[in-house]
Design a protein around this ligand. Sequence first.
Ligand SMILES: Cc1cc2nc3c(=O)[nH]c(=O)nc-3n(C[C@H](O)[C@H](O)[C@H](O)COP(=O)(O)OP(=O)(O)OC[C@H]3O[C@@H](n4cnc5c(N)ncnc54)[C@H](O)[C@@H]3O)c2cc1C
Length: 325
Amino acid sequence: MTLLVVLEHDRGTWNDANDEALTAGRQLASDMDAALHVAIIGDGADGLAEQAAAGGAAIVHVVSDPLLTDYGPEAYGQSVVALIEDCEPDAVMAIGTDRGNEVMAQVGARADLGFVANCLSVDPSDDDTWTMTRAQWGGSLLEDATLTGDVKLLTYGHHVVAAQECTEPGAGEVEEFEPDLDDELGRTVVVDRQVLTSGVTLATAPVVVSGGRGVGSEDGFGILEELADLLGGRVGCSRAVTNNGWRNHSDQVGQTGTRIAPEIYIATGISGAIQHWVGAAASKRILAINTDPEANMVVKADYAVIGDLHKVVPAISAEIRGRQP
Ligand SMILES: Cc1cc2nc3c(=O)[nH]c(=O)nc-3n(C[C@H](O)[C@H](O)[C@H](O)COP(=O)(O)OP(=O)(O)OC[C@H]3O[C@@H](n4cnc5c(N)ncnc54)[C@H](O)[C@@H]3O)c2cc1C
């Protein structure tokens, strides 16, 4: 049996979601008793084969064509379909980033195969009918699903699998693959990329200190900036804050903002509405600071301080400063 894992990169820059993909892929391949193949599509892919092998890949399919230089959903989707016809995997998996789900949806539609997105767990023990649990509505609803078909298509939810070191690297044998692609598949292609934030971003920050309506003003965020700096983190906010014009939308956590997965999420003056919670739910630990002990964020948090954030946050910063050498 063969499991094909589709990895992500931009012109040779490895996407961290690949570490999750390889961790999940190793487990699924083992459960299927299958060989682990990976597909790396587009310019700069060859340089990543070693990294994929270190992550357990037995075979690395390096997929290239002028149309694949930069990401385009149709060309990438059709390339995976062509690769399925070539190497006949039993299942194809990716991580459910925006791009991962888009490519797999293209594959499903083009090859007329069933696709289950954003899985939390997958049971392939029955070859014909796999069962899986997946997250819907940003994690507020769990669905049990079954998947049939000659080639099973699925993604694991982004940040669902904790990336782990691989103890048994794969052979990483490189197989070049040049699909036959129609020019029409280049209708939607990424042509330019502007990095708006350098260094630690909200999505990748190990600590996020967020403020909600309870912060009270734009200036009120000064104490949150200070705490975030002390912890090497980033400041986030709720939509009430962006609606009030206190912070930019790029700082907003939630359904219509950024989905975060920090080690620690400190949510201050935020009630924890479902649209905010879905963006924060993947945080490893949550500390809520709120005057309302019944606030949803307080109820769901691992730790809570019931009090005025304008007093609690500076007190935490003072404590940290006091412990610094
Ligand atoms: C389609 C749609 C999409 C949305 N997308 C998002 C999204 O992406 N992100 C998002 O955040 N929201 C989103 N929302 C809005 C969401 O429903 C809530 O309205 C919003 O999250 C509320 O923000 P808040 O918690 O800051 O404000 P509130 O709900 O007003 O809560 C303020 C909290 O601050 C506490 N508080 C007040 N003063 C203090 C103090 N001095 N010290 C400590 N605590 C204090 C209060 O007890 C309260 O819990 C969306 C809504 C819709 C309809």
